[in-house]
Every structure is written in C-alpha cells, then in structure tokens.
Ligand binder design. Structure first.
Ligand code: ZN
Length: 259
C-alpha cells in the first residue's frame, strides 16, 4: 500500500515539477545528467594530456569502447560508446519513479535493475524514501540534446557545455539517477545533505553501485559532483572501488598524471 500511496503523491507532484526538468536541456552547464541539470558548477578544463592510456587522438576525437556490454565498461568524455549502441536485456526496475507513464529512461539492464530493486527495498526498510528519476538514455536522445544545444548556442559553446552523443554513461543501461520526495525529485548537490543522499553514499556499494562522480574529482571524471548518479558495477567491483575511494578512471588506471 505504501508504494501505491507514494506513486499517487509522486504523480501529483510531477504535475508541478516534472515537466520543466525533462526539457531543461537548453540550460548551458554540462553535466552527465544534461536533461535535469540544476546546480552544476562549470567543469574545469581537462588536463591536456595525450597519452596512450587515455587514447585521445590528436584532433581531440575520442576512442570508441570495444566491449560496451561489459559490466565494467568505462564511458567518459574520452571513451564513447559505439554509435547507436543499445544495451541488451533492458527492463524497467520495480521501484518508485518520479513520473508514472512509461518512458525509455525508466529502463536499465536486467542485472542492474534487479540490484536497484534490492537497494530500494533495503533503503525503504531503513525509512528512506528514494525515487528513481532517469536511467537509460539512447544515443539518439543524446544526439538530439547535443544538436539542440548547437542550434541554440553554436558549436563551440555546445562542445564545451553539452556532452557529445555516445559519451553518456546512461547509454550503457547501467546508470540511474536517484532522488527523493524531500528533494522534490530534483537532481541537485544538496541531495547529499539529506538522509537519502547520505544513505546512498554509504550503502550503494553493498548492492553493486557506486557514486560515479564524487565530490572534488571533476578534474578526473570531467563532471561536477553528482550525488544522485548511481552506476552499476556488480557487488565485488563496487565494493573495491568504494573501499579504495577512487573514481573508476583512477581504479582502472585510465587517468594518467603526466608521469
Ligand atoms: Zn546521471
């Protein structure tokens, strides 16, 4: 019953807050969650390294990841998914969402969806009130967002503030943005000041997820702190990453530090 009541309340609130979140793409600050960005700070300049490890080509283009279906695939501004890549075994996790109707962004890959359900159940048992906001984001969707930005702001501006198609981790089907009623379903850094945000930071790894864009790691991840963005890795790997307190780039040795 609790879930149903939440859904009713959620959908009522959605009328008030949901719509402008989805279409706030014209906003100019880049974040991994370009659809719903709110309080992002401007990302710092990326270091101008060009080593074999990062595999950044001379013209600034990026490499394409070779095995996008791996659970430990690393996607970032230097490593993009193949054009049009669609993850297999997509499903909608049975968790409360910030909106009711079907949307492709409700989807995750099966293993990640199952893990998210366990995470939500455990959180609920501890009195948390988590709400899922945005999972899968297709290549086409990213392309539309990027091209809208180019049309509105010009290419140079778009390149600086909008993620290029294929570079969103949401395309892997392994990411989900999570918020709460207390946050009014917004994705903002102040989430970490709430019980739900803190709980996620401390417990997500037990269910195979990490906070992908930690605070103070913008130089490495390319993104400002996103306490709401969960990335599925599987319990073993997520546990190690959490324990070592590293970004995925550091953990996998993809972030050179100029020797
Ligand atoms: Zn996200």
């Amino acid at each position: 019953m609790k879930v149903w009541m939440s859904l009713v309340i959620l959908s009522a609130c959605l009328i008030i807050t949901g719509c402008n979140q989805e279409e706030s793409q014209q906003s100019d600050k880049q974040s991994e969650d370009a659809e719903t960005k709110e309080t992002q700070v401007e990302p710092k300049e990326e270091p101008e390294t060009d080593t074999a490890d990062r595999k950044v080509s001379e013209d600034g283009s990026m490499i394409e990841v070779e095995d996008p279906e791996r659970m430990d695939v690393i996607v970032n501004k230097q490593r993009k998914l193949p054009e049009g890549y669609e993850p297999p075994d997509m499903t909608v996790p049975e968790v409360p969402f910030s909106f009711e109707e079907f949307h492709p962004k409700k989807q995750m890959r099966e293993e990640a969806a199952g893990a998210l359900e366990e995470l939500f159940q455990s959180a609920e048992e501890e009195g948390m009130n988590l709400v899922a906001a945005s999972g899968y984001r297709s290549y086409e969707r990213q392309k539309t967002i990027y091209e809208n930005s180019v049309a509105q702001n010009g290419e140079e501006y778009a390149n600086r503030y909008s993620a290029k198609p294929g570079t969103s981790e949401h395309q892997t089907g392994l990411a989900m943005d999570v918020t709460s009623r207390e946050m009014n379903f917004r994705l903002e850094q102040s989430f970490i000041d709430t019980e739900e945000g803190k709980w996620l930071e401390e417990n997500a790894h037990r269910f195979g997820f990490v906070i992908r864009y930690p605070e103070g790691k913008t130089d490495i991840t390319g993104y400002a702190y996103e306490p709401w963005h969960l990335r599925y890795l599987g319990e073993e790997l997520a546990g190690k990453v959490h324990e070592q307190n590293k970004t995925l780039e550091e953990f996998f040795g993809l972030y050179p530090t100029n020797q």
